[in-house]
Design a protein around this ligand. Structure first.
Ligand code: DP6
Length: 332
């Protein structure tokens, strides 16, 4: 039997995916747009076994020495995805497997750990079944994992998830190579705590927010504006739009029922600091996913200045510096 090794990045969205128009096929209401993160990734080693009774997942978390057997809940998601993958790939044969997964960053803390994991697993399973999928089909498969944003980790560099009309037309493609624009995402880690509500549960309640439909009504205009700024490399307009977008998504999260308050006191302090520095001429913008950690988006030329400024900032206990990188790939 075979062992495959895979490296798969997390991604940070500039236009977010929040809310599902179809939960079975994980279809979004709107297109979304992200960059792959060079230093927030998952390394997977997957061994296939003749013994179909063995299906195991071991996880080595951020800054931990040893692998630990995964919780039941995570294992359940893996088994579900394995079945989905078999259906999608029309595979009848059963295999056993042992997965070893290592995270370069805290999981379930708003840094897209599931996106990194499931995009990697999508590629890994195709390889174990000896199937070569093109990136479009691989992106569809990753989306079907339930962690929809996983589809954006498959293509290289800057990824665009086309919402599509149905399951086969909803996938991500690369709109620019990693070298296109030297943007940096400094992930300011304020907490390693795992979130209590999964994004999946959150998506299903998005429509209960009175702000959800107004968000969707305006999102195409925001998408048009951010695309224009991106292709002009107009950092100021680009940054203003990505901030506006993060606030729009969190306004929905905070007003849905039950509400999701991901921001902490420290999140707000850091946001204010980013705005203060910007007013003084040091330009960066913030975005936040489903967690309290802040992603500071800046240009490479300013990266050291921000790193030095925030490294001793109260409440920040780690900073992960990410450039734009390629997507999910096979190492062996
Ligand atoms: C807030 O359902 O893809 O990050 O399963 O936790 O990976 P996980 O999340 P998923 O939703 C992502 C929601 C988001 C916004 C985004 O990345 O677009």
């Amino acid at each position: 039997m075979r062992t495959v090794k895979i490296k798969s990045p997390a991604n940070i969205a500039f236009i977010k995916y929040w809310g599902q128009r179809d939960s079975q096929f994980v279809l979004p209401y709107n297109d979304s747009f992200s960059m792959n993160l060079s230093d927030c990734y998952v390394l997977l080693e997957i061994e296939s076994l003749e013994n179909i009774g063995i299906k195991k997942l071991y996880i080595k978390n951020y800054q931990k020495e040893n692998f630990e057997i995964a919780e039941k809940e995570s294992m359940k998601k893996v088994i579900n995805f394995y079945q989905q993958a078999k259906n999608f790939l029309k595979i009848k044969k059963e295999i056993g497997f042992i997965i070893k997964s290592q995270n370069s960053f805290p999981k379930k803390a708003g840094i897209a750990s599931s996106a990194a994991f499931f995009s990697g697993l999508a590629l890994g399973l195709t390889k174990l079944f000896n199937i070569d999928l093109d990136k479009k089909k691989l992106s569809i498969l990753a989306r079907l994992s339930g962690s929809g944003s996983a589809c954006r980790s498959i293509p290289d560099g800057f990824s665009w998830w086309h919402k599509g009309k149905d399951s086969l037309s909803s996938f991500a493609t690369s709109i620019a190579k990693p070298s296109y624009w030297q943007l940096v995402d400094l992930v300011l880690i304020l907490s390693k705590k795992e979130k209590k509500t999964s994004s999946q549960e959150g998506h299903l309640k998005a429509l209960t927010s009175p702000l959800f439909l107004p968000r969707i009504k305006h999102i195409n205009d925001r998408i048009r504006r951010i695309k224009k700024a991106f292709f002009k490399k107009d950092f100021t307009s680009f940054g203003e739009i990505l901030e506006e977008e993060a606030i729009s998504m969190h306004s929905v999260m905070m007003t849905q029922k039950p509400p999701l308050y991901y921001w902490s006191k420290k999140t707000v302090e850091v946001i204010k600091e980013i705005v203060k520095l910007r007013q003084k001429g040091l330009e960066s913008y913030f975005t936040i996913d489903a967690g309290e950690n802040v992603h500071l988006i800046c240009q490479k030329k300013d990266c050291d200045k921000f790193f030095n400024y925030f490294k001793n900032f109260p409440g920040i206990f780690d900073i992960i510096i990410n450039s734009v990188c390629q997507g999910t790939r096979l190492l062996k």
